[in-house]
Ligand binder design. Structure first.
Ligand code: MUC
Ligand code: MG
Length: 367
């Protein structure tokens, strides 16, 4: 089962509704489909979403680093030698989305070869995840209308609200309007994408003290070393580190420094192999985790759900699994659906990523 070819295929699918947040915005899913081929004809698949404002990767850089560096480093290895694969990929610093897509494609190969679902191989805790929807920047009334639409159509009752605009009053007003409309039973948390300073974050948190927030995520940069520690000491809810924890070592640093008290796990940046390291570290330390969204398409969402449903700690909170709903189309033959606020994991062999060839031909950008 030797790896004989690695493809990195750029594609672009427009969003019907762009997602805006403090560090950027997404209007098009300009992702990279990664396909790892073996000599026995099994093909592992995953997608890499470039997030230049978060990790510095672009669609072009992901294609180039895979084509020019990673592919030749792993040809001839098998999907059962993932430690060797990672040892070689890690000779290149950074590039988390490119490395993660390769890792997940290898797990897909293992699952297909074994005739078993990857979620089961990872841990098999449950076959579904409760879904959280991310609500991007817009006037408060539009954010409320979006949350109501998503709740009514898909039964979702957990929302992550993007904050981090300056001054912070509009964000506080939007959070208040969402709580007033969705009622006390909705789970709400906020994500600042590093938009505020520690003092702005503290004032905004005080202004939202009565909103019963579940978490606060990445309100100010981890680089505000002492300011962030000061903020986290005062934060009334678990403070999630997201873009500041791209590797298990950064999770250690943030937690030991007192700069975070919860962790967002994103398979788009730590694949399955390193996500398990992060998860086990958090479990051992008694730190809560959420399954985050790298503004994934349906392929990435399937990967997040497969991992999240596999473990009891990740299945405990709703996973951020619904932003593909804002895309105009996707590549899967059988689209994902969310019912009763829940997304089910595919129970076929591997990850169940079946690509529609016509859609791929329509959206790929390399031909
Ligand atoms: C999130 O949780 O921050 C926005 C930027 C990014 O890297 O991920 C998204 C969602
Ligand atoms: Mg975040």
């Amino acid at each position: 089962m030797k790896i004989v070819r690695v493809e990195a295929i750029p594609f672009a699918i427009p969003y019907a509704k762009p997602l805006r947040f403090a560090s950027g915005e997404v209007r098009t899913a300009d992702h990279v489909l990664v396909r790892v081929h073996t000599d026995e004809g099994i093909v592992g698949r995953a997608e890499a979403p470039p997030r230049p404002y978060t990790y510095g990767e672009t669609q072009e850089s992901i294609v180039v680093v895979i084509d020019k560096i990673f592919a030749s480093q792993i040809l001839g290895l098998t999907a059962l030698e993932r430690e060797v694969v990672h040892e070689r990929l890690d000779r290149t610093v950074g590039n988390p989305a490119a490395k993660s897509a390769i890792d997940m494609a290898l797990w897909d190969i293992v699952g297909q070869a074994a005739g078993m679902p990857v979620s089961g191989l990872l841990g098999g805790y449950t076959d579904r995840m409760k879904v959280c929807h991310m609500v991007g920047f817009a006037p408060a009334a539009e954010m409320v209308a979006e949350a109501e639409r998503i709740r009514d159509l898909h039964g979702i009752t957990t929302f992550k609200i993007k904050v981090g605009r300056r001054p912070y009053g509009d964000d506080v007003a939007a959070c208040r309007a969402l709580r007033d409309t969705l009622g006390p039973d909705a789970d709400l948390y906020v994500d600042g994408n590093r938009g505020w300073s520690p003092s702005e974050s503290a004032r905004a948190l005080r202004a939202m003290d009565d909103l019963d927030l579940l978490f606060a995520e990445e309100l100010c940069p981890a680089d505000d070393v002492l300011g962030r520690r000061w903020l986290v000491e005062r934060c009334p809810v678990p403070f999630i580190a997201d873009e500041s924890v791209t590797r298990a070592a950064e999770v250690t640093r943030e937690l030991l420094a007192g700069s975070a008290t919860a962790i967002s796990i994103k398979t788009a940046r730590t694949g399955f192999t390193a996500s398990q390291r992060v998860l086990h570290e958090c479990e051992a330390l008694g730190v809560e985790v959420v399954m985050g969204n790298q503004i994934d398409g349906q392929i990435g969402t399937l990967c997040t759900a497969a991992f999240g449903a596999a473990h009891r700690t990740t299945a405990r909170h709703a996973g951020e699994l619904s932003n593909f709903l804002d895309m105009t189309d996707d590549l899967l033959t059988e689209p994902l659906t969310i019912e009763d606020g829940t997304l089910r994991v595919r129970d076929g062999h591997g990850l169940g990523i079946d690509i529609d060839p016509e859609k791929l031909a329509r959206y790929r950008r390399d031909r």
